[in-house]
Every structure is written in C-alpha cells, then in structure tokens.
Design a protein around this ligand. Structure first.
Ligand code: SIN
Length: 506
C-alpha cells in the first residue's frame, strides 16, 4: 500500500465544516480529501435557507441561544449553544470577507429572513434560496488559493489508523482504485450526515454515515444517533434526492394545506412556524392519512417566487408545477442528523488525535431537534475552531499501529433495501415492531457485507431508536408518545481496543 506522511492535519470532507477547518490550519500544512469534486456531494452546498446569526438590532446571541435551547427537546448543551451563537456575527463577517455574497438591505446591512422556531428574523441568506452553494463557492476559491493546503478530490475514507495507545494517527483511503495509507498528527472528520440511508432525503444520497461508523470502529463515542431531523417540506415530485422547499417560504407567509385547502396546523399562520419536528409530524400524518400535504405560496409570495426563491421555482417547474398557479406537493424527508460523533466545540472527540466537525459531529448544540439554519453556522464556526486546534497537534505516528478495520461494501440492491427499510421503520414515526424488523433487515444485509459502514450507521440509529422509549424532538415513537420528565442522552461507547493488538510494521 502506498504511504504518505503528513506534517499537519488530514481533513476528511470538503463541505463547509471541512473547508473552514482546512483554511484555519494555516500556516500549518494540511491535506483535505473528498470523494467527489468540491461543491459536489456535500449537504452544505445544497442548503437553501442560510446561516442563523444574531445580526438584527432586535436580536442578540443570548436570544439566539435561547431559541436553540427551546427547539432542542431538553437535550441542548446551553454552554455549547452560547459558544455557537456568540460566534454568529463574526462568522458571517468572516465568510463575507472571503467573498460570500450575502444579501444586503437598503442600508448595506445583512438581510435576514425568519425561519421556524426563531423568535426574530435572523437567517442571513444569499440570492433568496441559494445560500449554501454561494457560501461554499467562496470557500472553495479560498481553499484552492491557499498555499498551506493540498486537496485530493478523488479519495474515499475507508478506515482510521490507530497507534496501539488508541490514538488516531492517520487513515486508509481509496484513491484511483488503490489504497493509500495517510499518516497525520491529527485527523478531522467532516464527513457529513446520513441522509443517504433513507429512501427520501434532501441531502446528497452519497452521504450514508460512513464517518460515524468508521469513527466508532476506531473507538470514538457516538451521541444520540436516533435523532434524525425530517424536513417537513421536501417537494414530493418523485426525485431522489428530493428538492427542498425552504422554511423561509413559510417565514414569508406560505401556508401548509391539505388537498381541500384546510390548514394542516390550524388557521393561525404562526403555527406553520412551529419547531420543525412538530411540523414534520403534521405533514407526515396528512400524507399517510391520504389528505395530502401542500405548500401554498400563492397568496403570500405570488409572482415573486420566481425571483426570490429561484432554486425552488426551478425544481417545481421541472416537474410541471407552477407555484404561482398551484400549491406544491410536499412530504417530509430525512434532512439532518442531530446525533453523531461526540465532540466538544473545538471538535475534540473521545479519541486522541481524532476531531469531528459539522453534521457528522454531535457537539450538543442541536439536542433532539436542530433549530433551522444553525447547522451552517456550526459547520463554519466550530469548523474553524477545530482546524486551529488540530493544527497544534504534534506528530505521533511512529511506532506500532493496530490493523485498521475496513468494512465490506454494500451492493446497490442491498443499499436500496436498507434505504426503504430506514424510511419505513426509522422515519418520522417509529414503533418497536417496525424497528425490530429494521434490525432484522440490517442483520440479514450484514451477513453478506460484514461491517459495511452504512449498515453500522443504520444499526446505531435503529438500536438507539428502539431503546429510547419516549418521544422527544425528532424521535417520535407511536407506541411511546409521551416525553420522559428527565432528558437523557444516548451515548454509545466506541469499539474497545483489541485485547491482543495485531500490529503492523512501524
Ligand atoms: C431550510 O431552508 O428550510 C433548511 C434550513 C436548515 O435546514 O437549516
């Protein structure tokens, strides 16, 4: 196997979190790897709404943190939320300084939109619903120009390499059909979420929780994997992935209605801006009961929809639906994973040498239900912090190492079965019987593809969902509809070191 030894961090993932971390490693050298060209196959490029930050006069980081805590179903870490919201304005300014073309008002201030469960308008947007791609494009330009950065856009993570102390000292990746061993003083995982484990998702289907599974196999603790956020308004036009209809539309007064025009959440327009988990359940029930769910933008937004929400408009028109004329059919879709690799606000995990940032990490800021548009802020703000800290790690790669664990690959047919099973049994509403069937399916698939990372990630979600006998945030159990008085995390401890370590040559 080819071996590369780095003098600085290895960053795995080229979305907003990975690029932010990589840029902040300077002047230390760093290598960033992604399995696809930058801007392809990462969720942040697809984000529509924008970046939540206390920018308006009526707003403050404390108010933003309070909304974050209130949305999170009792499981948000208040200090982590405050660490995030305190960095809102400076993070938007940093990105704007790199060229992200945030929308401005007539006075040149950042224009902000309102989204669900935010007390005030605080989502900095770009080109209406084009925030993710525009912000990421600015970072890609900066990363390509950065002298301290090497970028491989064709390398897929297979496993982490550990010293026999347990410390992560590098990774095995596949590049051009060959395996490469990369040794590094620190590895930063920014591998994204798990939307691709579901048949209906708003994220790139390539994101199947591999980082989560590979980190756990290397000993990292995993937090709250059962908490998956379903976006209430994915366009239901038979596309995989499903195009998103941003919450900012409801922020501007678009309404959720059934086939007969009845309001799904009641006549009060504020109800359509309830926390996302509640709205997703109302949409899910309307769809499963056969009433249908539609987003009606006609009255509140009218003809402006083409100019102000161009991504939505193009997606709807491509399916032959003109939102100026007809309500848009919508359904919930897997959108964001609140659970992930347990990490602090500097990205440190439970394993020395291993950092996690962005959606693959669980830092405590999202709890059981993420507040809309907090994830882009978290990716950039905590990504930067992690990059700075990872760049201070000192090489420790010489010495005996454990044999890395490399899981099998899932066939396309097996993956299709898994995705159907996850949507059916670990979706917006779950119960013990369905989760049991899902775990049986995962067992059967695992027999043919032992240790496949997608199966390992799906198993974490299914088993933790079965174990959590209550409903909280994004986790709704139809057989346990109540919320326990005490909010508890699920913490899966990482794989222990083998009793008799098999060593590879130093
Ligand atoms: C949206 O624009 O509705 C999605 C924003 C988010 O998920 O944070």
């Amino acid at each position: 196997m080819r071996r590369v030894a780095l003098d600085g961090p290895l960053i795995v993932g080229g979305g907003l979190a990975g690029l932010s971390a990589a840029l902040e490693c300077a002047p230390r050298k760093a290598l960033l790897i992604t399995p696809a060209p930058l801007l392809d196959a990462c969720s942040s490029a697809w984000a529509q709404g924008g970046m939540a930050a206390a920018l308006a006069e009526a707003d403050s980081p404390a108010l933003h943190a309070a909304d974050t805590v209130a949305a999170g179903g009792g499981l948000v870490d208040g200090a982590a939320a405050r660490a995030l919201t305190d960095r809102g304005a400076e993070t938007v300014a940093w990105l704007a300084g790199l060229g992200a073309p945030f929308d401005r008002d007539a006075h040149g201030r950042f224009a902000v939109s309102r989204e669900a469960a935010h007390a005030v308008a605080r989502v900095a947007r770009v080109g209406g619903d084009g925030a993710g791609r525009a912000i990421l494009s600015a970072l890609v330009v900066a990363a390509r120009a950065a002298e301290h950065l090497d970028i491989w856009e064709d390398a897929r993570l297979l496993a982490l390499i550990r010293a026999d102390s347990g410390r992560v000292v590098g990774a095995v990746v596949e590049r051009g059909g060959r395996r490469v061993e990369i040794l590094a003083p620190a590895v930063v995982l920014a591998t994204g979420g798990i939307g691709g484990l579901y048949a209906v998702t708003t994220t790139p289907a390539a994101l199947k929780g591999e980082g989560l599974a590979i980190a756990q196999a290397a000993g990292a603790d995993i937090l709250d994997p059962e908490f998956v956020q379903f976006h209430p308004t994915a366009l239901d036009i038979g596309r995989d992935p499903a195009p998103l209809a941003t919450e900012a539309l409801r922020g501007e007064g678009a309404r959720l209605v059934d086939r007969d025009g009845g309001f799904l959440l009641g006549a009060d327009a504020e109800a359509d801006l309830a926390p996302r988990d509640q709205v997703a359940r109302a949409v899910h029930r309307a769809v499963t009961e056969g009433r249908g769910a539609f987003l009606d933008t006609r009255r509140a937004i009218g003809d402006r929809v083409a100019r102000d929400f161009p991504a939505l408009f193009a997606a709807a028109m491509s399916a032959g639906i003109d939102p100026r004329v007809s309500p848009l059919p919508v359904a919930p879709a897997a959108h964001y994973h609140m659970g992930g690799i347990a990490a602090d606000t500097d990205g440190r995990t439970s394993v020395a040498g291993l950092f996690a940032v962005g959606e693959c990490a669980a830092t405590g800021v999202h709890g059981a239900n993420r507040l809309a548009s907090n994830s882009l802020l978290e990716a950039a703000a905590f990504g930067r912090r992690a990059g700075r800290v990872a760049a201070t790690e000192v090489a420790a790669a010489n010495g005996p190492r454990l044999a890395p664990h490399i899981g099998a690959e899932l066939t396309a047919a097996a993956l299709a079965q898994l995705r159907q099973g996850m949507s059916r049994w670990a979706g917006v509403e779950r119960d013990a019987s369905g989760l049991g069937r899902l775990i049986d399916l995962i067992d059967r698939l695992d027999a043919d593809a032992p240790g496949a990372p997608a199966l390992a990630a799906a198993r974490m979600v299914a088993e933790a969902a079965l174990e959590r006998r209550e409903s909280r945030g994004g986790h709704a159990r139809s057989d346990f509809p109540d919320t326990n008085s005490e909010a508890r995390h699920t913490r899966l401890t990482g794989a222990p070191l083998p009793a008799i370590p098999k060593k590879t040559a130093a």
